[in-house]
Ligand binder design. Structure first.
Ligand SMILES: Cc1ncc(COP(=O)(O)O)c(C=O)c1O
Length: 364
């Protein structure tokens, strides 16, 4: 049996007919930038997330950068502001802070997502917090309550957590002052190219993000702030509108697979996340942790099973962020040294899931 890590082509091919209709509709409309297709998606995504505003952007990195830049324009954050963020994330979270002219202040995580004890002794001199729903797992509600009590603005990198709900049923994208989504093709809500969105309940912040993403344009020939060009493409917006209808059904498949893995994988060499990992989680990535990762990945390849890694090198250890290379975060580094992502997507058959479990259980 051969099981690739992700059947991306087949996953996207489910929308072939709707995509052809989207293309035709856009060709006929003549609206190639902005317009109704973008507005329709923004409105349905805002309502899906349970917020007043969604603003399409060119990608997820820009979405987070634009939130911080907008806060600077509004006077809520300053140039060089100190932004607390988890060391365990994809480099994009760090880059957005840097692109916004601010300082990333990473902290180690005791579990996969950041928790209150991780933040507690690190808020002196901090201007804001950016949290990350890594692998799709929502950051605990207590973290938002902690930020509120400390009067620190909190933003969320929701690039991986589309559709996840917290214990009160509130969705990813509605929990922070503003959230940044990515619609990179492999995401649970993925386009056929780059795309992103900012969600927020704050009208002023959402308007500023929209303005900054469109050259800082006040009106056609009036530019009131220094902006950039990072707009959601109408074609991608239309593709996303079709895919949004499928997101909850896809989640159910991911959840069932993840449960099978948790119940079925029994090998002391392979650590599976705690059952609590599956609560309030979009299950974008199913991680297992293995001491001798290369050996395990080679074994899985021999079994015909594709794997991935999220991520082999932590941001603070990247050459690009050399000013952070002196830092050390033992938990984060352990995750980055031992993590292996195994196949977990809506097109996996139950035979394939059982084969993955059987193969992992026979690893020695
Ligand atoms: C946690 C996280 N943040 C931000 C991003 C950036 O998204 P994009 O690739 O759309 O710029 C990603 C994308 O992989 C991500 O995983």
């Amino acid at each position: 049996m051969t099981i690739p890590y992700l059947h991306l082509k087949s996953l996207q091919a489910r929308f072939k007919d709707q995509d052809a209709q989207s293309l035709q509709a856009i060709q006929e409309s003549g609206q190639f930038i902005g317009g109704d297709f973008v507005t329709t998606f923004e409105n349905s995504f805002a309502s899906y997330c349970g917020v007043h505003h969604a603003v399409g952007t060119g990608n997820g990195l820009d979405a987070l950068t634009l939130i911080l830049l907008a806060e600077k324009q509004l006077g809520n954050l300053t140039e060089h502001a100190k932004i607390l963020l988890p060391a365990h994330t994809y480099i994009a979270t760090f880059l957005s802070v840097i692109h916004a002219g601010m300082q990333p202040i990473p902290v180690d995580v005791s579990d996969l997502t950041i928790s209150v004890p991780d933040l507690e002794n690190h808020t002196n001199g901090i201007d804001a917090i950016v949290v990350v729903d890594i692998y799709g797992k929502l950051v605990d509600d207590e973290v938002y309550a902690f930020a509120k009590a400390k009067q620190l603005p909190i933003y969320c990198d929701t690039a991986q957590s589309h559709g996840a709900r917290n214990s009160s049923g509130k969705r990813s994208g509605s929990l922070a002052r503003a959230s940044a989504f990515s619609f990179y093709p492999t995401k649970n809500l993925g386009a056929l190219g780059d795309g992103g969105a900012v969600t927020s309940d704050d009208s002023e912040l959402a308007s500023m993000v929209r303005k900054l993403a469109n050259y800082g344009r006040e009106s056609r020939f009036v530019n009131s702030v220094i902006g950039m060009n990072s707009r959601l493409d109408p074609l991608q917006a239309s593709f996303l509108s079709s895919r949004l209808q499928q997101l909850d059904a896809d989640y159910q498949c991911r959840y069932d697979i993840a449960r099978s893995y948790v119940n079925g994988i029994k090998n002391e060499l392979v650590t599976v996340p705690e059952p609590s990992f599956f609560e309030h989680n979009a299950i974008h990535v199913f991680p297992v942790f293995v001491e001798h990762r290369d050996r395990f990945v080679t074994y899985m390849n021999r079994c015909g099973i594709g794997t991935n890694c999220h991520y082999p090198v932590a941001p603070h250890s990247q050459e690009a962020l050399s000013f952070l290379n002196h830092l050390s975060f033992s938990n984060t580094e352990k995750f980055h040294r031992t993590e292996v992502s195994i196949p977990c997507h809506p097109l996996l058959s139950s035979d394939e899931v059982q084969y993955v479990i059987h193969s992992i259980n026979n690893y020695e």
